[in-house]
Design a protein around this ligand. Structure first.
Ligand SMILES: Nc1ncnc2c1ncn2[C@@H]1O[C@H](COP(=O)(O)OP(=O)(O)OP(=O)(O)O)[C@@H](O)[C@H]1O
Length: 252
């Protein structure tokens, strides 16, 4: 059984079909990149999976269960976590507090008035948060206020926040956007490490082809809302339809 599946998934914005009959299947342990030109529908697809957007029609199944009627926080609790392109950091809180909130939210969905009834699990929350900060190399900075972190470390914290939810599927939307070459390299190393150490299933949206080709098991190419090709990096590199749609004929 696939970890994540979309079946005939459609999302229309007025007359525009942003997701056009997409059948996507992600197996456990796979590292999949979604590429495509601007406006191809990559972010829309991710937002449908995280339930930030309602589909017009079709189904999305996670671990075999339909999630189209679930709330976003329920999907997080089921094991889907997203990093990047969203302001997930609370800047006034410390690095540790940010990780703890993420660990807590994934456990209980919300941290409203019921929060105090869950005191018994707080030790576990502390532990998950510390392990996560260790994994992303921020344990030494745990007591710093998040806003004080340099840009590259903030992005590491964003990955940490996503990981603290202990996801089965990690969605990453342009993790290296706006980074310097050094920060990009450090982030790619971190993603590689996550892949190696945690064996995590992830779906990556990324414009940088070097990164896509180096860290993906499989690449899915979207154009005008449709999947026009999928395959290994080698298969995609030589695919003429992809070159045409994606780069107007320029070789990948
Ligand atoms: N909330 C919205 N309302 C109306 N149209 C939208 C909305 N969100 C996206 N679109 C449109 O849907 C299409 C797909 O957009 P989407 O952001 O998913 O593409 P993308 O592949 O992620 O693009 P980029 O690489 O530029 O981020 C675009 O034509 C976009 O203008």
């Amino acid at each position: 059984m696939a970890l994540l599946e979309t079946e005939n998934l459609v999302k229309e914005f007025g007359g525009l079909v942003a997701t056009d009959d997409v059948n996507l299947s992600i197996e456990e342990g796979e590292r999949v990149s979604i590429i495509g030109p601007n406006g191809a529908g990559k972010s829309t697809l991710i937002n449908l999976i995280t339930r930030r957007l309602d589909p017009t029609s079709g189904d999305i199944r996670f671990k075999g269960e339909s999630i189209v009627n679930r709330d976003p926080h329920e999907v997080v609790q089921m094991g889907v976590s997203k990093s990047f392109q969203t302001a997930s950091i609370f800047s006034d809180l410390t690095v540790r507090e940010n990780a703890e909130i993420a660990a807590l939210a994934s456990e209980h969905g919300s941290f409203g008035f019921k929060f105090l009834q869950h005191r018994d699990s707080l030790d576990e929350v502390h532990e998950v948060a510390a392990d996560t900060l260790d994994a992303v190399g921020l344990l030494g900075q745990a007591d710093r206020t998040a806003s004080e972190l340099p840009y590259g470390d903030k992005r590491r914290l964003e990955i940490g926040i996503a990981l603290a939810a202990e996801p089965d599927l990690l969605l990453m939307d342009e993790p290296t956007a706006g980074m310097s070459p050094e920060e990009t390299e450090a982030t790619v190393d971190l993603v590689e490490e996550v892949k190696r150490e945690l064996g995590l299933t992830f779906v990556l949206i990324e414009h940088d082809m070097e990164i896509v080709f180096s860290i993906s098991d499989r690449i899915v190419v979207l154009n005008r809302g449709q999947i026009i090709a999928e395959g290994t990096p080698d298969e995609i590199r030589g695919n003429p339809a992809v070159q045409e749609a994606y780069l107007g004929g320029v070789e990948l």
